[in-house]
Design a protein around this ligand. Structure first.
Ligand code: ADP
Ligand code: MG
Length: 653
């Protein structure tokens, strides 16, 4: 008989660390198994049968000695290469079936083919055929918990055959079954051998061993006898047809996609199976993302509103103030900003209009009422620059300005305080004892930025300067730039002009541009600050994800062991857990974003002055951050899952 030698063990030893010292369990096993043999390894409990079986199945490696599968030495193989051997040649049948609890019978059978890169349709078809051949076609959709022990063991046999199962390894396959189911399972194994599958059974039961042609007795880690039972059929050399499914495309792009898809589906199933845990894990991410997106939207909303208000003041205005900078205490003594500057500026080509402004606190009286207020001496242009309009009456005119007229326009507050609901137009009020006639009342300026409880009286600046204060200098000049001229250029020209007139720079200017820039940068600082806090909460959330994933790895150690036994590579396990971590985080991120929309709705329904402006940027950033957290914090648990030792993982209950 010159049948192909499939397995070859030479002086295989296996030691385990036990209580700090090495204990040798297998003492130099020499064994050759040929294609088509049916071998029973029999021995008392604790004699090392499972240890030997794990080495034969490439789940474990010998401490010393050599083990060849189809002539290939396994000693130097990497974990992934061992996984490939398991996947392509071996089919495992365990005493406790080791089916995946959250998959149905059909899906359990398909698992090895997923790792082999067989496409979905072929997988489903083959799993149905196998289950049908084992009399389980009516149980395809059942979960393992809904199946009897014998049925579960038949599902696991189908799984062992999924990738061909050239060598079937059964460790106490009948150990957990009643006599009848046990006999059925043994008959199936015998039939498989008759078809040309090489079958190796480990048992302590001589009755089970009696169906094998070759019986190897093992005692205390050494082979005691190796006999042939002539009563059983000899199938040595026989090779099962179609043992290999020749449609593996493990390295093509579409099989990569298929593997990814399967890992994705497995991750989703795991998430659904542990709904509560998944949700709790997500909570940190949800809160973190919600906080970031909401805060950024709030800050943006606020700054947009402020900018909108400023824009409504007239986009291209430059204001000149006396003094060296805002808040300069000496500015009150600077008296060089005069109506003549006003005229000089008015002659510039880039100027649309120039208005003067002089302001002061005053006492306003009418009949027996008196209030403190502010008087603004302005040019009529200023109303246009700031977009002020009248609710009643009119604005004062250029002519009235030229003539030092004692007329004024008052704000809504002033009109109300002095005249209540009666008509203020044509009435005379005393501003620091100077009688002034009211010609108009301004519209209420409705913006949180400009709202004021103060009383304002607007008069021609000429009247204020000559009649109220007898001063010839102004408190500010507002220049409106013509459309099409650059604010920056205009700024330079104004500065140069005024320096040449005053002999030095005793003024400073502020343009609507600079105000907007400073608001934008303030908002940015604020956003960055809050985002930093949010990032901390996201990191905390990420650590939560990591913890739960580590727990999940521990809880699912047996599942990982099963997957490895049927051919999952480290990268498959890694991908499954990483995808799960990323999914948890992404889903958490999505819920966080949706909830921040909810927060936006809620806040804007509570107060009109709060607006949230959601930007695509911050949402994209949120999504990227949550995936990064998933990958970052999922990596460690995923790696520890991938590095699990398959036999230790399988031993875990
Ligand atoms: P059998 O399957 O024949 O009942 P095993 O091969 O499972 O026996 O175990 C043989 C011996 O090896 C037992 O004494 C067991 O305690 C020991 N053993 C098996 N696996 C390990 C391990 N991972 N670490 C330490 N000792 C082990
Ligand atoms: Mg055992």
């Amino acid at each position: 008989m010159n049948a192909e030698v499939l397995l070859e063990l030479k002086d295989v030893r296996r030691s385990f660390m036990s209580g700090g010292s090495e204990v040798e369990i297998l003492h130099g096993i020499n064994l050759t198994v040929k294609q088509g043999e049916m071998v029973a390894i029999i021995g008392p409990s604790g004699s090392g049968k499972s240890t030997l079986m794990n080495i034969i199945g490439c789940l474990d490696t010998p401490t010393s000695g050599s083990y060849k599968v189809k002539g290939q030495d396994t000693i130097d193989l990497s974990p992934d290469e061992l996984a490939t051997l398991r996947r392509d040649f071996f089919g495992f049948i365990f005493q406790r079936y080791h089916l995946l609890g959250h998959l149905n019978a059909g899906e359990n059978v398909q698992v090895p083919a997923i790792y082999a890169g067989v496409n979905h349709q072929k997988r489903v078809q083959r799993s149905l055929e196998l289950l049908k051949a084992l009399g389980l076609d009516h149980r395809v959709d059942y979960q393992p918990s809904q199946l009897s022990g014998g049925q579960q063991q038949r599902v696991s046999i189908a799984r062992a055959l999924m990738n061909g199962g050239q060598i079937i390894l059964a460790d106490e396959p009948t150990g957990a079954l009643d006599t009848k189911s046990g006999a059925e399972v043994m008959k199936i194994l015998k039939d498989l051998n008759a078809k040309g599958h090489t079958v190796i059974i480990v048992t302590h039961d001589p009755k089970v061993a009696s169906i094998a042609r070759r019986v190897i007795a093992i005692e205390d880690g050494a082979i005691k006898s190796d006999t042939i039972n002539e009563a059983n059929e000899d199938n040595t050399g026989k090779q099962a047809d179609g043992i290999k499914i020749n449609n593996r495309w493990s390295h093509t792009l579409s099989s990569q996609y298929d593997r990814f898809k399967e890992a994705f589906i497995m991750a989703v199933r795991a998430m659904i199976a542990n709904r509560m845990r998944t949700l709790l894990t997500m909570l940190g991410i949800i809160i973190g993302i919600m906080a970031v997106v909401s805060v950024v939207a709030l800050a943006r909303g606020a700054s947009e509103k402020v900018i909108e208000n400023i824009s409504s003041l007239g986009t291209n205005t430059i204001t000149v103030y006396p003094g060296e900078r805002m808040g300069d205490v000496r500015s009150a003594r600077v008296r060089t900003l005069t109506p003549r500057d006003l005229n000089a500026l008015d002659g510039q080509p880039f100027v649309d209009s120039v208005s003067a402004s002089i302001q002061s606190s005053v006492l306003i009286r009418h009949s027996n009422l008196e209030f403190n207020g502010t008087v603004y001496g302005v040019s009529p242009d200023l109303f246009r620059v700031y977009g002020y309009t009248t609710a009643q009456g009119r604005l004062f005119t250029e002519a009235e300005t030229k003539n030092y007229s004692q007329v004024c326009v008052v704000d809504h507050n002033t009109a109300e305080n002095f005249f209540g609901s009666s008509d203020p137009i044509g009435q005379t009020i005393l501003v620091n004892s100077m009688p002034v006639m009211i010609v108009g009342v301004l519209d209420i300026i409705d913006s949180p930025f400009m709202r004021s409880e103060n009383l304002y009286v607007y008069m021609p600046y000429t009247s204020v300067m000559s009649r109220l204060y007898k001063q010839n200098y102004l408190s500010s000049i507002v220049v409106r730039i013509q459309d099409g001229f650059s604010t920056a250029v205009a700024e330079r020209s104004i500065i140069n002009l005024l320096i040449s007139r005053h002999g030095r720079q005793d003024f400073f200017i502020q343009s609507s541009d600079t105000i907007m820039k400073s608001i934008t940068s303030t908002t940015l600082t604020f956003t960055l600050l809050i985002s930093a806090i949010a990032v901390i909460s996201l990191v905390v959330g990420g650590i939560g994800v990591m913890n739960i994933m580590l727990v999940s790895v521990t809880e699912r150690t047996r599942e990982i062991g099963i997957r490895m036994a049927v051919g999952a590579r480290q990268s498959d396990i890694m991908a499954q857990f990483l995808i799960e971590a990323v999914m948890v985080c992404l889903l958490g991120g999505a819920i966080g974003v949706i909830m921040s929309f909810g927060v936006g709705q809620l806040l804007s329904s509570l107060s009109e002055s709060i607006t949230m402006s959601f930007s695509l940027d911050s949402i994209i950033a949120a999504v990227l951050t949550s995936s990064a957290i998933g990958i970052g914090f999922g990596f460690m648990p995923a790696r520890s899952a991938a590095r699990l030792n398959p036999i230790e993982a399988l031993a875990r209950e």
